[in-house]
Ligand binder design. Structure first.
Ligand code: C2O
Length: 342
């Protein structure tokens, strides 16, 4: 059976010590849940973070939108920290699946990972657009699969900007250090050009290796009532973890990016995931857009989000497989790792 959304009235303490175990959303009796009304905007184009840096008009809008999100009342479902808490709720065991009393709702380590995060970003992006009344707004992507994108994106490093977050590993985000896509709290001592080469090879190998079997790229199946196990994650998720660890503080709870419960409190989270989402889109295109899992338990798995009209809506995996249905796409940039992948 497909994974179904939890009963929102039953949020409980999370396994999230960095937040004193609290990340439930405010709950004020039952809200009506509607089917999501997919947007009818022009096709919105997400651009690389290192290239939007000099687009003053865009950067002003992006910062203004995040500023407004941070200024919303703390209990508002669009409030910046409420948006971040969604990640904690669905990753740190704040809900049990319906009809179970010990199986957590968990959106990592399985074939749910990419679709859930796609929707999460989509609603976040639509809400930001709404806050500045711009139907064309998109979040940028951290283009870490190309040389110029392999450093921490500068747009998040201005201490006076609402995009800034002090809880990061300063050794990595400050001085043009090269992101190591295999990072796991041990510094890579190779030269910059060597790390860049290793990263590109790693991405290429990942695609090549997993092109014919979606489980390898996306994660193993998980069905209603089953507990995810970490080892079931896909290769893209593994790569994505490295950037989380590399950005978060090296000590303590690894805030913000290095811990599920706090990761989305850093704006770079959405930029990082935008590239993860883009990698999935490229993977899909390389496979001729064929459905990754022709399995109702995947296609009908259902999630709940607040949309850009403050409406609680439900969405199914089958409706997010092609980003054009969500009315966004990615700027086409060179893929230096692609080579002879087929
Ligand atoms: Cu839900 Cu980057 O993790």
């Amino acid at each position: 059976e497909p994974i179904m959304p939890p009963d929102l009235s039953k949020c409980h303490d999370a396994n999230a010590p960095a937040l004193d175990n609290h990340c439930c959303p405010p709950y004020s009796g039952s809200e009506t849940i509607l089917e999501y009304d997919f947007p009818a905007t022009p096709l919105r184009v997400r651009r690389p973070a290192h290239l939007v840096k000099d687009d003053q008009e865009y950067m002003d809008k992006y910062k203004e939108a995040v500023r407004r999100m941070k200024n919303l009342p703390a209990e508002h479902p669009w409030n910046y920290y409420q948006q971040a808490n969604i990640h904690c709720q669905y990753c740190n065991d704040a809900y049990y699946q319906q009809n179970t009393d010990d199986v957590p709702v968990q959106v990592h380590f399985s074939w749910i990972f990419l679709p859930w995060h796609r929707y999460y970003l989509h609603f976040y992006e639509r809400i930001l657009g709404k806050l500045i009344d711009d139907d064309t707004f998109t979040i940028p992507f951290w283009n870490w699969d190309t040389k110029d994108g392999m450093t921490f994106p500068a747009i998040f490093q201005d201490a006076a900007s609402p995009l800034y977050d002090p809880k990061r590993d300063q050794r990595h985000v400050k001085d043009g250090a090269i992101l190591d896509l295999k990072y796991a709290y041990t510094e890579n001592t190779a030269s910059d050009s060597e790390i860049i080469r290793e990263n590109l090879c790693f991405i290429q190998k990942t695609f090549k290796h997993s092109l014919s079997l979606a489980e390898l790229f996306m994660g193993d199946p998980v069905r209603a009532g089953e507990k995810e196990i970490q080892e079931a994650n896909g290769q893209l998720e593994v790569i994505h973890n490295a950037a989380h660890m590399w950005v978060g503080e090296p000590d303590g709870y690894k805030e913000n990016m290095g811990d599920f419960s706090t990761a989305a409190r850093d704006s770079v989270f959405f930029c990082h995931h935008s590239n993860v989402d883009r990698m999935w889109d490229i993977y899909r295109n390389l496979r001729g857009n064929s459905v990754e899992f022709n399995d109702k338990d995947w296609l009908h798995s259902t999630f709940l989000f607040h949309d850009e009209n403050e409406q609680l809506v439900k969405v199914k995996i089958q409706d997010c497989l092609n980003p054009t249905k969500l009315r966004y796409t990615f700027e086409q940039v060179p893929l230096p790792w692609l080579g002879n992948i087929n």
